[in-house]
Structure formats: C-alpha cells, structure tokens
Design a protein around this ligand. Structure first.
Ligand code: G3P
Ligand code: MG
Length: 252
C-alpha cells in the first residue's frame, strides 16, 4: 500500500525546466507540486550530486564522467544552458543542499539512487546515511509521512541503503517486472514497486498490489493514460508534464 503523495514532479520539475536543478524544482512548485522525484549519484570525492546521467554532455556542459570531478567542481558547471539561455549557469545541485531545501519547504522526496557503474553499494550507503541524518528528527518523532522514499534500479544500492539506514523506506525500480520480481523486492524489504507504465497491465498491477507492495509508475505525461493507470489501481506516478497533470490529478 502506498502511503505517500500520489503525483510527483519527475526530475524536479519535469521537462519545463532543466532536470535535476533548483530551477526545475521551483518550476514544479509553481504548479503546486510538493512532491518530487530526482536522481542522485556520487562525484569523485564521494559527495552525492543531483544528476541523472553518469557522464557530462547532455545536461551539463563539458566532457567525461561524473566521477571524474569533485562535487564542488560539478556545482560550478552549467546544468541549465542545454534547456535554454534563460537557465544558463544553473548549477548541478549538491544532494545535501537539495534535500535540505526540500525538507525546509515541505516537499516530499522520492530519492532515486542512481549509481554510476561499479559504485552501487557506495552510492546507496552514502545517500541513505545523509538522508537518515537529515530526517533523524522526523524518524524519532514518528512523522514518517515526511520521510523520503529511496528507490533504485540497483538492488545492491538498495541493500547497502537498508544496511546503513534500515528505517528509511525503499522501493525497487523495475522497468519490466522480471520473473522472480517478488523475492527480489523482498530481499531489500521494499515497500513499493516503481515500474515503467508502458510494460504494465491491469492484471500485473493487481498482482503487485495483492502482494502488498505500493505501486508507482514512471513517467506518465498523458492525462488520458494517467486516468487509465489510476483505474488499474496504480497508486502513484511521476510526470514530466507538471503543466498538464497537477498534484491533485485524479481526485474527482
Ligand atoms: O524514478 C523513476 C524514473 O526517474 C526512473 O527512470 O531514467 O527517469 O531516472 P529515470
Ligand atoms: Mg529518476
């Protein structure tokens, strides 16, 4: 069962602003979003940054891999120009600053642990420790609805996150549910399955929910499709089109 916000802005503010940036986050907030998905990986110095690709070039000007640079070097790079001149100089956010901002503004987070190849456990461990420290007060007071959900395609990253911060909830990202998906999800004590909606069927949605998992889909950008998925029992999803699908979408 899903206990979190239902509609999330994907990568901060979807496609209306540069992904995984403060500008994107604020664009989502402009449309009323107070729940967000974003991606986190480690820089060379082991400091996590908010970024999707393990290499520069698409969203960040430059060349090489994220792990070729220290976090503060990345934080001085331009993660905005690719989207438009208005966003030139928009930095790569440090994860801790991004998460602190979200917490301070009451924005619930689905933190996707996105390890570069070979850094699975290290990334899961680091992201979980920082998140745990940041939300220690809410965990202690039982305000669990405020605590972020950690998700990943990497079971090793989720396993390391569980070891580092067992009281943070985890979700398995599975583009298409493989045979044996359920024991895999249970092996990291996942509370939810996050799956690509294009591979989902009503029957599969039922199976996932009957097994007791929350069911979340990515990335749903068409309101007609969104209604269909909610009709299948999908409990939550993220969207790139924060202008077409608002935070209260689907509530009559
Ligand atoms: O977490 C859902 C979704 O973001 C997973 O795919 O590639 O957009 O990070 P991706
Ligand atoms: Mg993601």
């Amino acid at each position: 069962m899903w206990r979190y916000p239902r509609i999330l802005a994907h990568r901060g503010g979807g496609t209306l602003a540069p992904e995984n940036t403060f500008a994107g986050l604020k664009r989502g907030m402009d449309f009323g979003f107070r729940a967000v998905e974003f991606d986190v990986m480690l820089a060379r110095d082991g400091v996590p940054v908010v970024m999707h690709d393990p290499y520069l070039g698409r969203t960040v000007s430059g060349a090489g891999h994220v792990f070729d640079y220290d976090a503060l070097e990345l934080a001085r790079m331009d993660a905005g120009s690719w989207h438009g001149a208005d966003y030139r100089g928009e930095p790569v956010p440090l994860f801790v600053e991004f998460a602190q901002y979200c917490k301070a503004h009451g924005i619930w987070m689905n933190i996707e642990i996105k390890p570069a190849r070979g850094f699975d456990r290290e990334t899961g461990d680091t992201v979980a420790r920082i998140t745990r420290a940041l939300f220690a007060d809410d965990i202690a007071s039982g305000a669990l609805a405020r605590v972020p959900l950690l998700s990943s395609f990497s079971l090793a990253a989720l396993d390391a996150a569980r070891a580092a911060a067992p009281d943070l909830p985890r979700a398995c990202l599975m583009s298409e549910l493989p045979p044996g998906w359920e024991p895999l999800a249970r092996s990291v004590e996942a509370v939810a399955i996050h799956t690509n909606h294009t591979h989902l069927s009503p029957e599969l949605a039922q199976v996932v929910r009957d097994a007791g998992f929350g069911l979340f889909c990515y990335t749903v950008n068409d309101p007609v499709r969104a209604r269909e998925l909610l009709g299948w029992g999908v409990e939550a999803f993220c969207t790139d089109r924060v202008d077409l699908i608002g935070p209260d979408f689907g509530i009559a």
